[in-house]
Write a protein of this length. Structure first.
Lengths: 360, 360, 360, 360
């Protein structure tokens, strides 16, 4: 109950600290007979890893995944799959000054208040490095979904700072997402976004943004009322990503200002299949998927580690000035894109497996 | 794993359908020796119950709670507390026409796709009537928190349709919330909100809105990394409330358009106690409470049951016209207020108990 | 985590005290579309209920079950099934003297040490009355298994005091079990057992015994390594029955004194199907069912409530003499038989559902 | 829900196969601020490891544990503790013949029936090598218990084949247990046991036995009714150990043949503290510890891997003769002793932590 596991039938247990020997995840509940190799996972890790472009941190990590168990002669066996990724480029000396300072916007103070102890190297357990495990597990979840369904999951940058892109979630493609370093399929907006990030970086500052995610071809029926509603599980999965501050599905906060007669999506048939005209619901009604594309957005705050001098406290509760050195992303959003997609796959895979037990 | 239980140390199991014999909740994990009687619970149920005002449904339910177990001579015994609320005013005849029609914005079609069967009376299991159990369990959670901490939880209407109230979460009081039928502590906005709801109702339509919740005096240290972060558990608890479409904490989606140097809340001391100047974080950093007030908002869509005629499908997938009779809230938000507060108490109580095991 | 729920995919939550208003169980995870009515459950409750014969307690309980949710037009809907059984014949006055006395062999002292409070009427939460819920839930589990498999579960009395019956678990039938009040299919042993129980009763004393259970036609493959092995889950399910003191599967404790060359059951085929010659394993190898009949035994201690005067302590830790009045079974074993069968069905049903997710 | 995790507040997740790269365990829920190093764990692993004496397998494993996370500057941080033990001496060639043969008494056939695939090297996931993780996690559980309570856990060999030792669980010491290679504190019986094992080994055969475990100074109040009774959790924890076939607590199966007036342990005071005269209950009443020593026994079958030729089937279901080469313990019991103690510590630690939430 210490919060390091997630899921029911597809269950992941995450461990490791930013600058420890390694980080890892144990995937329990992967069905047997799935073809799986390290290659299936490495590709996704490469999308998340640091040092990919000029707008991401300079930390260099190979993030090479090793499968330690659960796979035999190229196939899963039903046993837990232990994945391990060694940490390499851990400039712990950058953090020596932070042993007794509470960085604003970070969890340093909260961890110390909770546990009475804190691994301050790279943020220790509170670091976004834990999301390596999310992406690795997400690669397995995605592969299960691909083998068993036609579900397609795509995440992309929707907004950086106050620059909003125009994207049609029904048509966006992975190629378009990967066509630029900010992972925004609207090429014009992407250019402005990159510029904004670079400007912030030049000033020792950082910016936030919004990631949108679409899951297409999700069959109707996924989600478990009353407490494990699909949208609720997405909300949780997104808010646990480092720096996430908000979640909305379909028309989200925009629904508040609508009339029911506008917000209700009328049921229609398209080629004999049930659909809705419009998708204010974002593909989930009453906590259960409707068969329409699932569309949601996640708000991320600006990276809290900035070079600009800040006021804060040290462990003796004395006011101090802090200018954070070290290598940090001026905007976390482009690297959050594969994490959002991975968490989406993990939630969908768990609900997909659970749904198999819905009827006699 | 069928999704009808929530929580770890304070765990609730919800059962019942809108027009069944009764609805109920079993609370497991309430510590022994808490003074508890039906009165402690009834007050909160009365705030949620239908038929309270001219802007809520005409359904009349006493919603009288009965404690069936777990309390002895006025105190909890550590045994599970079974709470039962009988359904009374169930005009099932209003629903006979709906047996074979999929109401837009409702879960009818999704339930049928999932289970191959659907209790169509009042929405059956998908009805917001399940939130009776949330409020009942929330009353117990609140009482535990009151006995053990100084935590104060307040929810209120922040927005109805496009009318936004001005409210200072640090100063709002329960009296102000309860001073009008829309539960908005900004009296001027409240008047306009009520008018807007009445206008929608007159047209056979409905409107959405936003509930804000503040939890004050939450000690630093609640929340469990990496997966059971406090904000993530709030997000889930809010999105599982019927009609919820979005969640944001602190500056939420607004964070996206900030610079890090604006969004970071500097640590300061106030009377020797750690605090932050500003509260963009909403009281949670790295998934753990910081000691600052927790502030979040939940978006609700307009009630999907409207009298205005809508296009939809019947069970044979033929297009039909539908005008929903029956008694429905023209806006769910005022009655969602106590539900948001109850779910907040449930999440905080669970994390409060869990946090007692954080250190040796 | 307070211990009042059991199972994963088929999950039961039990509540209620011996002399409270009611006892109940919520069954979550029953697949939709199972035909279910109160009749399906009542039959099993009648086998467990008190007052059935001259060797059981004189307490009279109709033990009439009421389905409060989860069933619609005769079929399960996938929603939780709440079952409620009212308590009726609660002679609480019999227990007034026990408010401040610790009955030997009972949990009175332990509950008080744990919770600082104790419902002393009929043993409160520690009473075997909680097994009403086990039997009710077991009836649903049995029905699921019958619909989906050919599994047959039979429990019966194997030993009373030092009288052991001769029974072939491969051939025993429900009729033979129900042919006498002690539920022992060996008629000659049954007569002696009944006499032994009556003698004990006449002396104000009680006796123990052993229940054996066989599950036939269990498919190979049920059970989840490493921690949820089928035999381990049976062991837990049996030891949590009131008064249970031991569990053994297959040759059990007898295996200790065997050579490997004796204890190993050679694999053979019978009509083209894999089987073993002999069944020392009791149908489970490495925690997974082998397809052979599952056979295990559960030891029960004598009913601790006896009329014979005993030495004990009161709540002030003063030595007192105690002679327990009230109506108690002189031997719990005959009424434990349906409880053992019910718990077996619950464990098998959960593992049956879980096993559906074993392979891609 | 795939069965590779155990516990609630102190929760372990086990992974790895006998001849894979490594085996491991993730411990989640260890409170922060416990002093912990690899030394604390290595000592217990050394007691379990193969190749310790002439009566254990010739496989040589250093079983050197590595702590990969959760410890900082010598103390636990509240983060999950990942423990990894590399496999070294894996003579996989010994197993090439077994790829398509079902070894009697082993899980080969059951795994294949369940998963449709099987890692046959050393038994893969079904191997007792998984108990390395149990012992490693048990060392942490023991340390928590030592820091917080006076609980002492001791396991020892009680019976080998038909040789029973005479041991007083109230007085037995670790030194006496470790004074001989069979881990039986009755020196005379130990000699005969060793001889019996050597005789079986000489004949290419194996023998079973019984391990007894005592936990002293357990406070009254541990255990959670109705489903997570302390004795039930012990039963499960013991039956999941490889080769375990039975469990009994206190007088166990012997209770069946007692009268209530014999079996009830009268409450008395000893130096002002509540105790019982006699301990037929084995320290648990109604599923909750009474404060008396907890005493239980676990039956183990003979090692199923024997050199003596056996009849069995191959994967084509043809009868074949099998003589198992490789290096196997002629009796698993001496090496099971530290595993029983470890599982006992794990169960007690979990219940110890859970009990802290019993009262307001």
């Amino acid at each position: 109950m210490a919060g390091n596991s997630l899921g029911t039938l597809f269950r992941i247990s995450n461990w490791g600290e930013s600058h420890g020997k390694a980080v890892g995840v144990v995937v329990d509940g992967c069905p047997a007979l799935l073809e799986l190799s390290e290659k299936d996972i490495q590709g996704e890790l490469d999308r998340r890893k640091p040092g990919q472009s000029r707008i991401s941190t300079g930390r260099q990590e190979a993030d090479k995944v090793e499968i330690l168990s659960g796979v035999f002669q190229g196939k899963t066996t039903g046993a837990p799959i232990a994945l391990l990724i060694h940490n390499q480029d851990t400039s712990s000396k950058d953090y020596d000054d932070l042993a007794r300072v509470y960085r604003p916007g970070h969890a340093d103070y909260c961890y110390e208040a909770k546990y009475g102890i804190r691994n301050h190297y790279g943020g220790g357990r509170s670091s976004a490095r834990a999301t390596v495990g999310h992406v690795a597990a997400g690669a397995i979840a995605s592969k299960i979904l691909r083998e068993r369904s036609a579900i397609e999951i795509l995440a992309y940058t929707r907004q950086i700072h106050d620059i909003e892109a125009r994207i049609d979630p029904d048509r966006v493609s992975l190629d378009a997402v990967e066509s630029n370093i900010v992972r925004c399929p609207d090429a014009q907006a992407a250019e402005r976004m990159i510029r904004r990030i670079e400007e912030a970086q030049a000033q020792g500052d950082s910016v936030g943004g919004v990631v949108e995610c679409v899951a297409r071809n999700v069959p109707a029926g996924l989600g478990e009322p009353v407490f494990d509603k699909l949208n609720a599980d997405f909300a949780k999965a997104m808010l646990l990503i480092n720096a996430a501050k908000g979640f909305e599905i379909g028309s989200g906060f925009g629904c508040a200002a609508l009339y029911g007669s506008q917000c209700n999506d009328p049921f229609i048939t398209i080629k004999g299949k049930v659909a809705t005209a419009g998708n204010h619901s974002g593909g989930v009604l009453g906590g259960i998927s409707s068969g329409m594309p699932i569309v949601f957005r996640v708000a991320f705050k600006p990276t809290p580690s900035i070079a600009i001098e800040q006021d804060t406290l040290n462990a003796d509760l004395e006011p101090v000035k802090l200018s954070i050195r070290g290598r940090h992303d001026p905007c976390i959003v482009p690297r959050a894109v594969p994490v959002v997609a991975a968490m989406t796959a993990i939630v969908l895979c768990d609900h997909f497996l659970r749904n198999q037990n819905a009827r006699l």
